[in-house]
Design a protein around this ligand. Sequence first.
Ligand SMILES: CC(C)(COP(=O)(O)OP(=O)(O)OC[C@H]1O[C@@H](n2cnc3c(N)ncnc32)[C@H](O)[C@@H]1OP(=O)(O)O)[C@@H](O)C(=O)NCCC(=O)NCCS
Length: 132
Amino acid sequence: MNIIYKISPTVSDDHLNILYASAWPNHSNQTFEEELSHALFYVCAYNNSQLIGFVKVIGDGTIHGFILEPTVHPDFQRKGIGSELLAHVENHSRELGLQYLHVDFESNLLGFYRSNGYEHTEAGLLNLHASE
Ligand SMILES: CC(C)(COP(=O)(O)OP(=O)(O)OC[C@H]1O[C@@H](n2cnc3c(N)ncnc32)[C@H](O)[C@@H]1OP(=O)(O)O)[C@@H](O)C(=O)NCCC(=O)NCCS
């Protein structure tokens, strides 16, 4: 398996929707252009031409980067690709001069983030659409 990792390549909605639909149970097709335009950067993982991994980082561009939606296609999970995506995030964030990377996650993924060097912190979340 020869997985190629690319920082912020041009990526189609079709490729992202296929990957998200495979890994996120409630995903419905969407356009990604606006959210990608707000990212500091994102990382794509390819097996040949198939998009099999993705993660994006948003932030203030100077100190803080927030990791959103690390995603690995189920056929390729538990092979180290999620960890490699985070390693690329870490390396590129250092190149950009960021100091902190943040991520929030459900408790079953504590081991994944700990094994990639992340401390467990408390965080806050407000759903602005909760009453809709
Ligand atoms: C979370 C995710 C990105 C991990 O990607 P991955 O390529 O499978 O991760 P890795 O192979 O690098 O895992 C490294 C280690 O983290 C831990 N880990 C990974 N996924 C785990 C899971 N679902 N549950 C518990 N531990 C997990 C394991 O210790 C694993 O090592 P092991 O396989 O030797 O036991 C992937 O499972 C995924 O896309 N899930 C669906 C989307 C999602 O929930 N994303 C996270 C949002 S915060």
